[in-house]
Design a binder for this molecule. Sequence first.
Ligand code: DUT
Ligand code: MG
Length: 594
Amino acid sequence: MEKKNQFPKSRLGWLWENMEGKRALFIIALFGTALYNVLQLVVPHYSGKLVNLFQKVEDEGLSLADNADTFYRLIFLMVGLTLFRVIVVYLDCMAYERVSQGTLFRIRNFLYDKIQRQDMKFYSTYRTGDLMTRVTGDLDAVRHNIAWVIRCIVESLTLFLSAAVYFFLIDVKLALCVLSISPLIFVIVLRFRNKVAPIHKALREKLAGMNTDAQENISGNRVVKAFAREDYEIEHFDKTNRDYRDTNVTTQKVWLKFFPFVELIANALPVILLLVGGMFIIHGQISMGDYVAFSLLIWAIANPMRMMGNIMNEFQRFSAASDKIMEIYYSEPEIVDRPDALAHPDRFDGRVEFEHVSFQYEDGKLPVLKDITFTAEPGETVAIIGETGCGKTSLIQMIPRFYEPNSGTVRVDGVPVERYKLQDLRKNIGLATQDVLLYSDTIEGNISYGAMALTAEEVEKYARYSAASDFIHRMPEGYDTIVGERGVGLSGGQKQRISLARALAIKPSILILDDTTSAVDMETEKQIQHSLRNLDFSCTKIIIAQRISTTKFADKILVLKDGRIIESGNHKDLVAAGGYYADLVKLQLGESIA
Ligand code: DUT
Ligand code: MG
């Protein structure tokens, strides 16, 4: 049933790997399934015996009372076995539930771990809704496969095989006649699989697409509202939802095409039995009791045939879903610790050097950074300025090794960044990103995100550094105010200041601010500049800014244009040089005067 895939393990092999700790229980559960299905045959077997018993009674003119012992024994046995069977079924269900939930737990944890440790490239490749589908809907298909599909396969196989063996034991000729048409089922089901497999793949993509749309619209609801696009989005979702439903119906329709043939075969079985069995009785080749056993068991041949379609359908759903999960399961981030990575538990001095660094995004067409060379000495402030899209954010992302240069080297304290353990490198870098993301947590929780052990006084101190303490104090619950998902309830500038406090709170040896004061008023910005110059720990600052007021005090200013440094020096030098920076100064000062 399985096709080769691109992963190191087959789907079932992968499942088996993740059943670790539950494998024995799973095997026992499978045996349990086989057992209670074999037991299903015992009742008809004894019914057949009973019939024979009655017949004997008539034939030999004896009263049933003479055979009462045997009669009661048979009845007792049948009731006992039925009870036993119920207990086995019950325990078996529990075992499947334990195995499937345990396996799910393990895979879910593993996936979360994997996703957390991925690099930037991964996050720019996969959309959130798609990832969410993998850890919810797709995983559920995997659970269903363990708890239901595999079990149904064993159930059907056991029933079919044991009934077939039983038939052969009673009468080979009659068994052969009855079973002669069963291979047809396999032909039908294989054809069904070829038709339904691609539909399940499409179905799964549609579900992921729908989830992605929903996720983006819910989290981006403010944009939807701003552009009054609710109706459009609702209609769009309605369409996707409809499409998803229709594709679901299509899978059923595909089965409906095959269904009549399967039913025809399954229904032909009792007819064949009646015809051939009747003839055998007429010719005295089998006893009435044997015939009864046959006819009571013919369902054990017919039902597995009917089930095959369903099983195949569900197995294809599992295949499509597990491929998606395995893609994440076996994915490896490209940016990882080297085997011989340097541990650096202490603070860095904070020297940052770029040497002929060039960089291009994998999916991008043009180089984003070209031959960037500069040094930030420990404690220095380096400002980066340049028009939008010139590569500022890309440049600073090389320092914590979010991306790696295509050529050239980025060094921290004289050692190429890729030689350090990632954790040690990143723990030393305080980063306030351009898009501020705060967690649904208290303000205090957000500030101490990178340094959990902070005291309330320390949190307050960092909030003061980032000129946030005033507005936090004015909030009804102060530092205990819960900010919503992505900082709902705060202004843009407030969010930026909390994000700055968060970056400062880890006392980084390198502080990187990506346009962090862009939404803050001039006066507040001045305060922030002042505190940044007077931090109680030493730290190299790399600050991306658009305002001259921010860059003015920097030890070094880099002017970036189209990924190249076109000017560098301090404020005075650059103004004197009369280039791009000098023009910018004129422009911005001119604006502030006018
Ligand atoms: N770019 C990509 N892929 C990405 C991010 C950016 O191709 O994942 C491109 C867009 C842009 C260039 O790289 O043309 C530089 O982007 P960056 O974000 O570095 O520009 P910026 O200087 O930070 O612009 P802004 O001032 O708007 O933040
Ligand atoms: Mg940027």
